[in-house]
Design a protein around this ligand. Structure first.
Ligand code: CTP
Ligand code: CA
Length: 228
């Protein structure tokens, strides 16, 4: 599957990366979202490009895009989880590897008002419905020649939850982000553990997101033969 395991090259491979938050519109001026900085996804996209891959970055409304060097990367900008889902479905079938680093909103408003909602008494009740799970949707159509990697952010029972996500979403790898030890939204460092569907577990020290991206790609390339 990988041409040259020794040098970690991704020459000739197409990689789909998602990054950033999604925004779910309440009305024309308001949304539900989260604080994802997009930094982990940028680091992955940049590291894949450096290793010679063709990279498509499906990017939600992340705040730090202007500071990023995205030359040589095809950027598909989206806003909502549904748009991110469509963009991923468009690009996944031709991708060899998909790295799902986006912090997709789990819920969206059941209806979006076309006009600004006026302030009202005594308050406003919003009805929310679940968004589509993009990682699980890709897992459902994945072929044995494709590598699918997701993330998991947990505060408790980390390993159990990460393994549940790995199996439920039919991913090949789940990268567990530990909130303990310096990892957080917006931070430049991350402490991860990678779980593979073949049962391996690799733990890493807290390091820069660039170094974390290298560890993730090295792990996939080293253990990826099972997906041939
Ligand atoms: N994910 C996705 N689509 C969603 C929600 C999550 O593709 N609608 C992906 C994320 O990009 C990530 C992985 O699923 O790679 C895990 O996201 P996470 O929020 O940790 O897990 P959830 O399944 O949403 O469960 P919960 O938030 O309840 O822990
Ligand atoms: Ca979630």
């Amino acid at each position: 599957f990988f041409n040259n395991k020794a040098d970690g090259s991704l020459e000739g491979k197409k990689v789909l990366v998602t990054a950033g938050p999604t925004h779910e519109a309440i009305d024309p001026v308001r949304f539900i979202g989260n604080h994802s900085s997009g930094k982990m996804g940028y680091a992955l996209a940049q590291e894949c490009r450096k290793r010679g891959a063709e990279v498509v970055l499906v990017l939600g409304p992340a705040p730090a895009i202007l500071q990023q060097d995205l030359s040589g990367i095809t950027v598909v900008k989206v806003t909502s989880a549904e748009e991110m889902y469509q963009a991923c479905m468009d690009h996944f079938s031709s991708a060899d590897i998909a790295l799902m680093a986006a912090a997709v909103a789990d819920y969206r408003p059941a209806t979006t008002s076309e006009i600004k909602i006026k302030k009202q008494e005594p308050g406003l009740e919003l009805s929310l419905v679940k968004t589509r799970d993009i990682l699980a949707s890709l897992g459902a159509v994945k072929t044995s020649r494709q590598v699918l990697l997701g993330f998991a952010l947990e505060t408790n029972d980390e390993e159990r939850h990460a393994l549940e996500k790995l199996h439920k979403k039919n991913a090949d790898y789940i990268v567990l982000n530990s909130l303990n030890d310096g990892a957080a939204f917006g931070a430049d460092t991350n402490k991860i553990t990678i779980y593979s569907k073949t049962g391996e577990k690799s733990g890493f020290e807290s390091k820069s997101k660039t170094a974390v991206a290298q560890d993730i790609l090295d792990t996939i390339i080293k253990t990826g033969t099972t997906t041939i």
